[in-house]
Design a protein around this ligand. Sequence first.
Ligand SMILES: Cc1cc2nc3c(=O)[nH]c(=O)nc-3n(C[C@H](O)[C@H](O)[C@H](O)COP(=O)(O)OP(=O)(O)OC[C@H]3O[C@@H](n4cnc5c(N)ncnc54)[C@H](O)[C@@H]3O)c2cc1C
Length: 599
Amino acid sequence: MATTLAPSPTVTGGSFLLNEAEPAAVFTPEDFSDEQRQIADTAAEFAANEVLPAAEDIEAKHFDVTRELLKKAGDLGLMAVDIPEEYGGLAMDKVTSAIIADRMSVLASFSVAFSAHVGIGTLPIVWYGTGAQKEKYLPRLASGEWIAAYALSEASSGSDAMNIRARAVLDGDHYVLNGEKMWITNAGFADLYTVFAKIADPDDPDPAKAKMSAFLIERTTPGLTIGAEEHKLGIRGSSTCPLILNDCRIPVENLLGEAGKGHHIAFNILNIGRFKLGAACVGGSRTSLANAIHYAKERKAFGKPISEFGLIQQKISDSATRIYVGESMAYRTVGMIDAALAGAEGAKEIQKRIEEYAVECSILKVWGSEMLDAIVDHTVQIYAGYGYVEEYPAERAYRDSRINRIFEGTNEINRLIITGFLMKRAMTGQLPLLGAIKQLMEELMSPPSFSGDDGTDDPLAREAQMLANAKKLALFAAGAASQKYMNALAEQQEVMAALADIIMEVYAFDSALVRARKLAAANSSQAGLAGAMTRLYAASAFHIIEAAARQVLAAVAEGDMLRTQLAIFRRLVKHEPADTISLSRTIAQAAIDKGRYPL
Ligand SMILES: Cc1cc2nc3c(=O)[nH]c(=O)nc-3n(C[C@H](O)[C@H](O)[C@H](O)COP(=O)(O)OP(=O)(O)OC[C@H]3O[C@@H](n4cnc5c(N)ncnc54)[C@H](O)[C@@H]3O)c2cc1C
């Protein structure tokens, strides 16, 4: 099947902090091709007509039902998008891959099983498998005949993944594996596991010399035992078990990638996992909002539907606005990835080009998971008492959402990645951040030029000015922090996280604004609503950016230096507030009229 390419040229990862985005060059959901729309419909219909009706069975861990549905998804081609054509795949673009993650997210237990299979389960073989491994496994994984799992975590090492204890020892033409893995998604019914263990020399007990590696282990391999299912807070219908490796002998041909390079496999897969998780959170949020609106229109209090109350409308508009922003960021990012992947040959080159957007992928993961948590919380509050009991969907979605902040790298680890990665790129000159900070410092020392009103009738002029100042605040805070701590900035985790919050909100705000501008330029009937959501979001993003920048400045400066910095800070945060109450009412009404997310 043909690959659809995003229209944007290659963009440097992280450059959203420095440059004004050109609307025509940014990919948005409005740019989906016919083929992408068709696949979106196929995935959405499958989720609504096949997955949702089976929710009770899935939640009760009737894994035969889950397997059957995974097979049906395979028959529809939904598992084959990232797999090359010669191995039974469709080799489609990453936008399509994100669309499927998004549209499949109506029941989290199923979508987690699906995502683990197509992402961390299958991609290691796509990228690192030998010809023979690909030939043997990929066609079965593409069709859903076999299900895959990825086993990195252990009881004593989750985030600290390089510290795993599982060991492999070479014995003739076999590796013998011992150890225990924990929290493995799909473990209970998977057929194939990518297991990480360190190759050790039995004559040298020095653990530092053991080499991180990955192995393909089939379910029926002697010495592999699947432990009992965990009893979880949420995604109860997904399978999560430990794996026990007890003298598990596998042929040397099942080493995946190079011995000692397993960490590349472990970490490179995660960038894809993160943008898909962001897209899946957008899908879950749409479902949650539609449920909330449906209920709010039906439920009456004080003689009228609760959807007519301003405080209920505020939750609906906040949810709709966050979805708009999340969607804008997610598809902008995958659009950039697809543009960068054009012409890329070979797994190494593909990963390198995806890694360019590691910061954006981590942003999608953190921001998306926190968006979903906020929206399912609004939904429970709208359902109130009925939100707290199992018969209604609000309760399950609330429990299910929580895992997203924990797996695919916790949000703490991803916040550290966002700032750390950008700083590293700045230091190595891959992103001209240091020059931009220097130039900004000179500009800020000169008299103020901000007016807040450029005299045009551009309805988003104030937001454009706020965004420009938000970017300056980001550079100003990052500059002040790196000046104070230099190379030791990474040890100041609270400062790193505050900078990550600023960076994330700048990307969110920027993506919302550029999409609204693109819709306006196309005279779209959606432009007014997108503009309203951008204005509403701008107020909350700026609030977060302002608070985080203030926190950073207070931590890195004191006395006269702090006073000088705060004088500059006040210039940058000055703006006339938007009427967020009337914006909220307008957005909520559009969502209530449509009965769902309104775009
Ligand atoms: C339902 C479920 C499914 C899962 N599926 C899989 C799977 O399929 N395959 C797999 O390999 N794993 C899987 N995991 C494991 C998951 O990836 C880990 O739980 C996660 O990486 C966190 O590791 P941990 O639980 O050991 O927490 P820890 O790493 O011990 O972290 C505990 C806390 O400390 C924080 N922390 C840790 N290190 C730092 C640091 N350097 N700086 C600041 N804070 C830090 C963390 O953010 C967290 O808040 C799954 C987990 C669950 C619950």
